[in-house]
Design a protein around this ligand. Sequence first.
Ligand SMILES: *Cc1c(COP(=O)(O)O)cnc(C)c1O
Length: 419
Amino acid sequence: MHHFHYQSGELYCENVPVRKIAAKVGTPFYLYSAGTLTHHYRVFNAAFAEFPHIVCFAVKANANLSILRLFARLGAGADIVSGGELYRALAAGVDPGKIVYSGVGKKPEEIKAALKANILLFNLESSQELEEINRIAGRLKLKARVALRINPDIDAQTHPYISTGLKKNKFGIDIEQALDDYCRARDLPHLDVVGVACHIGSQITQVSPFVDALERLKELIDRLRALDIQIRYLDLGGGLGIQYHDEAPPHPDEYGQQLLERLKGLKCTLILEPGRVLVGNAGILVTKVLYTKPGGAKHFIIVDAGMNDLARPSLYGSYHGLWPVVEGAHPQVKASIVGPICESGDFLAKDRLMPAFAPGEMVAVMSAGAYGFSMSSNYNARPRVPEILVQDQDFYVIRKRETYRQLIWGESIPDFLKS
Ligand SMILES: *Cc1c(COP(=O)(O)O)cnc(C)c1O
């Protein structure tokens, strides 16, 4: 369910015509619906209502301060993977008592900042990281609450770049080795070992991989309790998929039900780290057609947004729906939508049947709320695009378009090059 719809042939986000926003801010821009974000959070959260739980929004999916703030006000925590994301989450007013910190490469300064902020939980991904966090916590005379992120060796049946729970992936601690590491962690004086965590991948469209992972972690929890390691938090990560095209991902209710069924009687707090499922279909990228090249072997539609603005098609070959901002009598053509970047991999859609968009027309690239802006870059010296949030009849610029001055911020020319 989302709030992008047509009214008299025009695309609206909630009660604002997209064209009106484009006239104000120019193209390209990201556009989010506050109503959709709120709805998605509430549905997801309600699916776990019967069990003590914390929903920690995965900041990397969409790190805009207003989006983090919106979720925080609804009661969400945050799943962070860097010091920068910690900074963003705190700046947005996320309760540190609901922040979990994942990632294989946490640096000493980042660990220190998170300890000082008194976050809820560090998800540790290697034996060496145990020692490092223990050492830093000791210096600060603190105890770090930690979970071990387990690699349960589960095939999430998703794109290889976003599969994270297989033995061959860099993530987590091999489940075979976990007991050893738990015992070592228990004996380290500045660690408080309170959790078990996993995250098996992203854009997962079946419940069964989650269920399999949960079963493995439950076994581990039993064995840990037998060793008198009391597990208070079970973090099942994120990864629930959304519909981009013809996928049929489970509804959050279904996902919640199947997990809760298997959690009955387990005394702990469940942590979930949804990213994509909360924001993916709550955002679009609006771009304008500059030129078309209809004649040759291929029909190209050249737009003003490129792979630097939305990397997913180039990176994963992923599909995004394409909707006209103003409906017209478009014949269908087989075409590719490409950007201005000097790379052949710069496309938003490839060899697809689509409306024959003409120069000057605007196209909404759908389902772009997750891993859209947050993965964007300045490649080809392109300023990053603005982000707009709609609520009902109003829209707000929640991030301005970057300027050329900002593009060269922090750069300097050394003296020997000046003369
Ligand atoms: C990326 C990530 C998530 C969020 O994944 P989604 O597929 O967007 O739900 C959650 N937890 C961790 C550790 C991650 O790396």
